[in-house]
Design a protein around this ligand. Structure first.
Ligand SMILES: [Zn+2]
Length: 437
C-alpha cells in the first residue's frame, strides 16, 4: 500500500507517470503482490546462496534476483540481515487432533491443530506420521487436512485404526498391506508414506507389511522402532528389512527395547554407517523422549548428521525440550551441522523423501511458501529429552512466514507499514481484511 502511494505521488509530481509503468500510473495492481527484499536467500535445490530479492505474484514465486525495485510490489518486507528460505517441511508431526477418549494421536487430545504451531516456526507443510490408518484417513482429511491453512500430508499407519495407543497398535490382524496401499492410491495427493510405530511384539510383520504396501504404492516407510521385548536387531531392520529411501525416525533416541545408533563407547555402529550408504534415511523425530545429547554428541562428532530434522510434534514435546522445529534445527546447528545443510534437510531433502519435488524450493513458478529466519547470536540453552542441557551461541527464530503468497506470520511487522503512515480508518467504509492483504 505504502509503496504504491509513494510511487504515484512521485510519478505525478515528476510528470513521468508512463515511465513508472502503466499499472501503477492507472492505479491498477502492481506486478508483484509481495517482495521480500535484501535477505540472504538459501535455496539448496536451486543452488542459490546469497543476498537476493524474492518477488511473489498470484501465490507463486515470480522472480529471484538482486535488486528488484520496491515500487513494483504492493507489499514489501525488509529482510536485510535475515535468511530467506523455502517454507519448512516437518517430516514428523502429530496433527490428527480431536476429542475422542483414549485416542492418543489419532483423533485425540495429544495431537496439535496444525495452524496453531506451524507458521510461527516457519513451517508451511506438516507431515502427520501415523495418526490415521487406512480406516480413518478420510475422517482425518475432513476434520484436519481440509480445514487447515497449513499444507498437511500424511504417512498412514500400517495399523488400520492408526495411532490410538495401547492394544489397538499391537493388533496384527489390523495391519493390512493391500488395504493400506489402496487407501494411498485413493489419496495420492495427501498420503506420502507409511508409518510403523510402537509395536512391542517379537514379530517382524508390521515392518514386512508396511514395506509391502510401500512397494505396491511407491511410497517410503518410516519406522519408529521401539519397545520390542526382547529387542529386535536394529541391524537387520536397517540392512535387510528397509529399502533405500525408507526412514528410521528417532535416530538419537535410546529407549528400552531399541538398540541405539551409538554404542556405549561412543562409536556409531558400523551397520548404521552401512545403512546410510545403502540409502536408508535418518530422521531426528525429537519428540518427548527421543533426543539425547548422549547419542547426538558422539554421533555428530563422528559426522553422523540427520537427513531430516523433524519435531515429533505433540502437546508433550512442544512444551518440553523440543519446543519447535527451529529450536530443533538450532540444536543441530550448534552441534556443527552447517546452516545450508540444516536448511536443505527441512526443505529440498524432505520434499525429495516424500516425492513432492514441487515443494521445498524457491524456483520461479513454485508455490510461494517462504520462511524468513533470524539467526540470533548469544548465549542459549538447549534441553534434551533426558533433561540435560547443552549450551550454544546460535538460535534460529522465525520473522515471517508466507504460505501460497500470503503473509501468515510476521513477528515484528517487517511487511507492515507504520500505523502513522496508514490512512485514518473510516468506520463507515466497507469492512476490509487487514490480516493478509
Ligand atoms: Zn511420532
Amino acid at each position: 500500500m505504502h509503496h504504491r502511494r509513494v510511487l504515484r505521488r512521485k510519478g505525478f509530481a515528476l510528470g513521468v507517470a508512463l515511465l513508472l509503468g502503466a499499472a501503477a500510473a492507472q492505479g491498477q495492481e502492481p506486478e508483484f503482490s509481495l517482495l521480500i527484499k535484501g535477505g540472504h536467500v538459501i535455496d539448496p535445490r536451486n543452488g542459490v546462496n546469497g543476498v537476493m530479492d524474492v518477488a511473489v505474484t498470484d501465490g507463486r514465486i515470480a522472480q529471484v534476483a538482486p535488486d528488484i525495485a520496491a515500487a513494483r510490489a504492493r507489499r514489501v518486507a525488509d529482510a536485510s540481515g535475515l535468511y530467506v528460505v523455502p517454507g519448512l517441511i516437518d517430516l514428523h508431526a502429530h496433527v490428527y487432533y480431536g476429542t475422542e477418549d483414549d485416542a492418543y494421536l489419532s483423533n485425540g487430545f495429544t495431537a496439535v491443530p496444525p495452524d496453531s504451531h506451524s507458521f510461527r516456526s516457519g513451517q508451511t507443510t506438516l507431515v502427520d506420521v501415523g495418526g490415521a490408518g487406512w480406516r480413518n484417513f478420510p475422517h482425518f482429511k475432513a476434520q484436519v487436512i481440509d480445514r487447515s491453512r497449513t499444507r498437511v500430508l500424511a504417512f498412514i499407519n500400517i495399523v488400520g485404526h492408526g495411532m490410538k495407543g495401547g492394544p489397538v497398535e499391537q493388533d496384527l490382524s489390523d495391519m493390512d498391506a493391500r488395504l493400506t496401499a489402496m487407501r494411498i492410491r485413493q489419496f495420492r495427493d495427501h498420503i506420502v508414506g507409511i508409518k510403523v510405530a510402537h509395536f512391542s511384539g517379537p514379530e517382524w510383520d508390521p515392518v514386512t507389511r508396511a514395506v509391502e504396501a510401500g512397494t505396491e504404492a511407491d511410497v517410503p516407510v518410516m519406522i519408529d522402532f521401539g519397545g520390542h521385548t526382547p529387542p529386535l536387531p536394529l541391524e537387520e531392520l536397517l540392512l535387510k528389512r528397509l529399502r533405500p529411501g525408507d526412514i528410521l525416525t528417532h535416530m538419537y533416541a535410546h529407549v528400552r527395547g531399541r538398540i541405539p545408533i551409538v554404542d556405549e563407547s561412543g562409536t556409531v555402529y558400523p551397520f548404521v554407517l552401512e545403512a546410510r550408504k545403502r540409502g536408508v534415511l535418518f530422521d531426528v523425530g525429537h519428540g518427548g523422549g527421543s533426543f539425547l545429547y548422549r547419542q547426538a554428541v558422539p554421533a555428530t562428532k563422528a559426522g553422523f548428521f540427520p537427513d531430516v530434522i523433524s519435531t515429533d510434534l505433540h502437546t508433550g514435546s512442544m512444551n518440553g525440550g523440543m519446543k519447535d522445529i527451529l529450536n530443533t534445527m538450532s540444536k543441530m546447528l550448534n552441534l556443527g551441522m552447517p546452516l545450508q545443510d540444516v536448511v536443505r534437510a527441512n526443505t529440498a531433502k524432505a520434499a525429495e523423501i516424500i516425492k513432492k519435488p514441487e515443494l521445498g524450493h524457491l524456483g520461479v513458478g513454485a508455490e510461494a511458501d517462504i520462511a524468513v529466519l533470524n539467526l540470533r547470536r548469544g548465549k542459549f540453552g538447549f534441553v534434551d529429552t533426558a533433561g540435560g542441557k547443552a549450551l550454544g551461541d546460535q538460535k534460529l527464530e522465525c520473522e515471517l512466514t508466507v504460505k501460497g503468497g500470503q503473509v501468515v506470520w510476521d513477528l515484528n511487522g517487517i511487511s507492515h507499514p507504520l500505523w502513522s503512515d496508514m490512512p485514518a480508518a473510516n468506520p463507515n467504509a466497507p469492512l476490509r481484511r487487514t490480516g493478509n492483504r
